[in-house]
Design a protein around this ligand. Structure first.
Ligand code: HPA
Length: 254
């Protein structure tokens, strides 16, 4: 029997640990030369298209953003035939438009992480590649996601710059003030090195950013984890709607 494959990878973040609607899904344990991904891949069909789903933080959710094996995750998705990745990332909102519960398809990022393994070529196992990363999110994939959001009637902000912080703690007010001065609209912990590894692996990568809370100091109150969870739970149906409309337009069965 041939190995199961899927052209579209979905990486689910906090609040999006599974897709119940993934019909006929198989769990595939993949071992990569970079180690084990966060969990088994779930391969199935969603809206008529073959999809490989991966829960970034493991299933159940247990791997902190700085401990995720991003290289194994991207390598595992590539190994089952994935060519395009939709990443779902919970973020805090810095810009005025980035209110809790809103969605965005960001077009830029600034990487503030440190110490993460952020390249496939840092152990001498591959020739060093200085890839172009001017536009960290794939422009055609972003455009198709925006079209899908539009078609499904889900409001999504077009663009935005994500600050990617090391975590797992949230930021200080001063850090958010600095990120705002740097031009960041959103702050999250997982877009890097995920986006750059996808680029190194020649996979198209775009993010659906789910604004879970106002970032530190943006609202008066301290950030409540319970409120974050409630906001993410209330938003996920809209995220799924965008993804399903995107997949219907893509329609590549397994
Ligand atoms: N900061 C960083 N990452 C996040 C936040 C935040 O405020 N909310 C959700 N992910």
């Amino acid at each position: 029997m041939s190995e199961p494959t899927a052209p579209i990878g979905i990486i689910g973040g906090t609040g999006f640990g599974r897709i119940a609607e993934l019909g006929d899904a198989q769990s595939i344990d993949v071992e990569t030369e970079y180690g084990q991904p966060s969990c088994a891949l779930r391969l199935g069909e969603l809206a008529g298209t073959g999809v490989a789903f991966l829960a970034r933080h493991g299933s159940p959710h247990r791997i902190a953003p700085h401990r995720v094996n991003y290289r194994a995750n991207i390598a595992a998705l590539k190994s089952v035939g994935v060519r395009e990745i939709l990443a779902i990332n919970a973020v805090g909102g810095i810009a005025a438009w980035a209110r809790a519960g809103a969605l965005a398809i960001p077009d830029q990022l600034i990487d503030y992480t440190h110490g993460r393994l952020s390249s496939f070529s840092d152990h001498g196992e591959r020739a060093v590649e200085h890839i172009d990363f001017s536009d960290p999110f794939d422009a055609p994939l972003r455009a198709r996601l925006l079209t899908a959001a539009n078609a499904s009637g889900v409001t999504v902000h077009d663009g935005g710059c994500v600050a990617v912080t090391e975590g797992p703690r949230l930021e200080t007010r001063a850090e958010i003030a600095r990120l705002r001065r740097d031009g960041c609209d959103l702050v999250g912990m997982t877009s890097m090195p995920e986006a750059v590894l996808a680029r190194e692996a020649s996979l198209a990568y775009a993010s659906i950013a789910v604004i879970a809370n106002p970032a530190a100091g943006v609202a008066e109150d301290v950030i409540g984890i319970h409120e974050i969870e409630l906001t993410l739970a209330a938003t996920m149906q809209r995220v799924l709607q965008v993804i399903e409309t995107f997949l219907m337009a893509t329609c590549r069965p397994r």
